[in-house]
Design a protein around this ligand. Structure first.
Ligand code: NAP
Length: 350
């Protein structure tokens, strides 16, 4: 397949490019040349800024374009117009954040978000999702039957720049060294949902091969795993036997610990994002989405994280600083339930 990837050098796009090259696709990248120090052997590169000059894309035909870095409807519209008539399919990497609400499980028919000012920038989670939805609408309007909108849930694995999933294997690796308690959120039985970026890449390529169009939630099925099972897998990968201190949601709220950011992958069940990790992915699973075992994602993420230079191993985007974690643990020592390796299903107290 002749594939154009808009982006392609950080995380999701990087795995997509690797997978496409590995199976012999002819891959062209369009990006500014800022994110990656070097490109993988075998790709063709068209230099350009999607918010500026698209002339590098003035010539060429592709079976499909995969747009991994579209965030604004205006930039997606320009890209679609620039490539019009020269691509078989426009695959847009959207997000489950595009749905209007995350209080109930969403399938692909659920309403998408809306935003009054579609020319605004992505400034936070409140604009990110509705702008992705607006990007999808733009593609549908321009390309209709040639648009494929992939809506991933939380994407995890090696090269993840967000640090969210990586926090847990790395945190348990620290615990393997110092044996100190690890603060864990809520209840071990709380279901969590994500997708390994390599499984996402494989699904996008398969969807293109099979000529799929329309929208697909790309994420593990609801209940794929739990917070407890994740920490268990992380402890096993790191060889850690430190106690896990499960703090109830109320305790964490009292301490001002921010869900998702300071306790990554944790969203209180009764909050506005209570069903964010309860998305229906039946359609993608029926269309060939395959998920690797949790343990593989954990082991590979930890192995990758260990290769990073020390400065990049500092968690400045997700997780708690060691000092803050010790403080929180000390202040709520009587209000957590401690365990060794976290047994799935154990309930936390408050
Ligand atoms: N992480 C998650 O949990 C998650 C969940 C759901 C959906 N998503 C979506 O998945 C995608 C993930 O993106 P990624 O960063 O991993 O993709 P990526 O394709 O691996 O990296 C981003 C690419 O975009 C290029 N780029 C950025 N600004 C550009 C510009 N103005 N013009 C041309 N190229 C530009 C960068 O290269 P240069 O800097 O060299 O230009 C880089 O190659 C996003 O669309 C995100 O919304 C992520």
């Amino acid at each position: 397949m002749k594939l154009l990837v808009v982006g392609g050098t950080q995380f999701v796009g990087r795995h997509l490019v690797d997978a496409a090259l590995a199976r012999g696709d002819e891959v062209t990248l369009f990006n500014r040349g800022r994110t990656a120090a070097a490109l993988p052997a075998g790709v063709q590169w068209r230099a350009g800024d999607r918010r500026g000059d698209l002339s590098a894309l003035a010539e060429g035909r592709w079976d499909a374009v995969v747009d991994t870095c579209g965030y604004l409807p205006s930039e997606v519209a320009r890209m679609a117009d620039a490539l019009d008539g020269r691509i078989g399919c426009y695959a847009f990497v959207s997000s489950v954040s595009a749905y209007a609400s995350a209080t109930r499980p969403n399938d692909e028919q659920a309403p998408l978000g809306r935003i009054d000012d579609e020319d605004t920038e992505v400034v936070d989670g409140r604009t990110y999702g509705p702008l992705k939805a607006a990007c999808e609408r733009v593609l549908q309007a321009r390309l209709g039957g040639r648009a494929l909108c992939i809506r991933p849930g939380l994407v995890v694995g090696p090269h993840d720049p967000t640090q969210r999933f990586t926090w847990w294997p790395a945190r348990l690796a620290r615990a393997a060294l110092d044996g100190a308690p690890v603060l864990a959120p809520g209840e071990p039985s709380r279901p969590i949902q994500f997708i390994d970026a390599r499984d996402l890449a494989a699904f996008v390529l398969r969807a293109l091969d099979d000529g799929l169009r329309g929208a697909f939630n790309a994420v593990a099925p609801p209940g794929f795993t739990t917070m407890g099972a994740l920490l268990q897998a992380c402890a096993a990968a790191a060889g850690a036997s430190a106690p896990i201190a499960w703090a109830h949601a109320d305790v964490l709220a009292r301490e001002g610990v921010r869900p998702w950011v300071e306790m990554p992958l944790w969203l209180p069940a009764d909050g506005e994002h209570g069903a964010f990790m309860d998305v229906d992915s039946t359609k993608a699973l029926s269309a060939g989405l395959r998920l690797r075992p949790l343990a593989e994602t954990v082991v590979d993420t930890l192995a990758w994280w260990r290769t990073l230079p020390p400065a990049q191993q500092v968690f400045d985007k997700a997780g708690l600083s060691p000092e803050r974690e010790v403080e929180v643990l000390a202040r709520c020592a009587s209000a957590v339930s401690a365990s060794g390796a976290p047994p799935a299903g154990q309930s936390a107290n408050s």
